[in-house]
Design a protein around this ligand. Structure first.
Ligand code: GUN
Length: 290
């Protein structure tokens, strides 16, 4: 009988460690430079999921000692009005990070908004400047979810050099930046998406699988190669109200060497890395970082 069961990567614990590290760095910034890192969070409209995310971000800021400034605008706000707010935030010296919660209402031009945020305050790492920096191997701000995934992989001591990695999903927020962070570590990367043929074969050959498609149980546990690492970015709500990932956990856990659970895997890391980017931004301002 096969009794293999994967080590569960504890994202909640790793995120707590990141926050503890940041608390110390923030205290030092306050003592040495009288600087308190500041993050502004902009929410347009009243999407309940976005409201929860924004509340969690604010709470996490408070916990580590980052000053947070929330801006909640009505769903009727237009692109120009939002750009004006961002322009004001770009100019403020007490703000080191600007985050505009996505998705934005359909009538707002998302690209124009993301390009309106100063790249030096773009703690989400979504501005084309920051994306371009990542792609060309000189990242400034790294998008938070894939950056959190890299930290989780590192927490296991796994060496990515020469490993076959499959990223499922090609979003600007997760899939695409993930590819370049894995490349940066000398992995061999394949990107799969909704039009990919032979997905199960490709996944079956992978040493590391990162799945970010937003569909419950999309990747079958039996596709996973024995001993592979499985990173599940999905957060899906089942009919009975539970949270579940994009990978069939119960089957995958029997085959994988390491696996992230949902909840408690990748999820908690995203906000932790947002806080980290904000602190980095404050340090960059005073010349403590290149
Ligand atoms: N919506 C879903 N994920 C994210 C994120 O990481 N940043 C922002 N700004 N919006 C999101």
């Amino acid at each position: 009988m096969d009794v293999n069961t994967a080590s569960i990567i504890n994202g909640k614990e790793e995120a707590r460690k990141v926050r503890e590290e940041l608390k110390k760095e923030i205290e030092e910034l306050k003592e040495k430079y009288s600087i308190t890192p500041g993050l502004s969070v902009v929410l347009v409209g009243d999407d309940p999921a976005s409201q929860v995310y924004v509340r969690n971000k604010t709470r996490a800021c408070e916990e580590v000692g980052i000053r947070s400034f929330n801006y909640t605008l009505p769903a009727t706000t237009d692109t120009r009005e939002l750009l004006e707010l961002i322009d004001g935030l770009n100019r403020r010296d007490d703000l080191h990070g600007i985050l505009v919660q996505l998705p934005l209402p359909d009538h707002i031009d998302e690209r124009e908004i993301l390009e309106g945020i100063s790249p030096m305050k773009d703690v989400d790492g979504f501005h084309p400047f920051n994306m371009g920096r990542l792609v060309t191997g000189a990242p400034l701000f790294r998008p938070c979810t894939p950056a959190g995934i890299m930290r989780l992989i590192d927490s296991t001591g796994y060496d990515l050099t020469g490993r076959d990695c499959v990223v499922v999903g090609r979003s600007n927020i997760v899939g695409k930046p993930m590819v370049f962070m894995l490349l940066e570590r000398n992995a061999t990367v394949t990107v799969c998406h909704s039009r990919t043929r032979g997905l199960s074969d490709k996944i079956g050959k992978a040493d590391v699988v990162v799945v970010a498609v937003g569909r419950a149980g999309f990747v079958k546990g039996e596709w996973i190669k024995k001993g592979a690492m499985v990173i599940d970015v999905g957060i899906n709500r089942t009919e009975d109200g539970r949270l579940t990932g994009d990978v069939e956990f119960d089957e995958a856990v029997k085959r994988a060497s390491y696996i992230t659970p949902v909840p408690g895997g990748v999820g908690p890391m995203t906000i932790a890395m947002l806080l980290k980017n904000t602190v980095e931004s404050a340090k960059r301002r005073i010349g403590e970082r290149p």
